[in-house]
Design a protein. Sequence first.
Length: 200
Amino acid sequence: MKRLVVVGAVLVLTMAGCTGTGGSSPVAGPASATVASSSAEAQPLLARYGLSGKSTVEVIDQLDRLDLHQRPAGLKASVRAGELLISDGGQEYSLPIPADRFYLSAGPYLQQTHDCFFHAPTGCKGELAGKQVQVKIVNDADGTVLVDEPRTTFANGFVGFWLPRDITATLRITSDGKTAESKISTGADAPTCLTTLRLA
């Protein structure tokens, strides 16, 4: 099976990933180059990190929930609207996300945040790890409540949501009497990383 290689693809992944709390990194926008390759070709890479046989949804969920000391040092991952890009320094692979689903990872904060566009489950780190939050997400078009429940932020300070594709919505996070609210969208050019939620 033919593989397509884009020069600098690994650099794109690095640029798209978050840095530590309060740090900064270039923000890769929706026009960034990607590599077309099949999920089957990615299996040897996934197997090296204990992810063999998992769906793209399962891979993202597992990587985003890792304790920081469990993060695989060599694995780069970048969540896009319709795919997960993964690499460990060699070939970059594209794992498709189901056409009706969109992954949004939100990192609420009090004092420090950073720029991010595409969420990097193995690289992003927010300020508030293991924090109890109440989350509500409402579809702006019809008022449907998509999420209304307590969550605990992951070890990386983020909390992730699988949402319907191609909607606009309002996301509200509350913790310790402080609230942050933001308009979100889940279209093809939408960010998968939300780091502007300052609790106040």
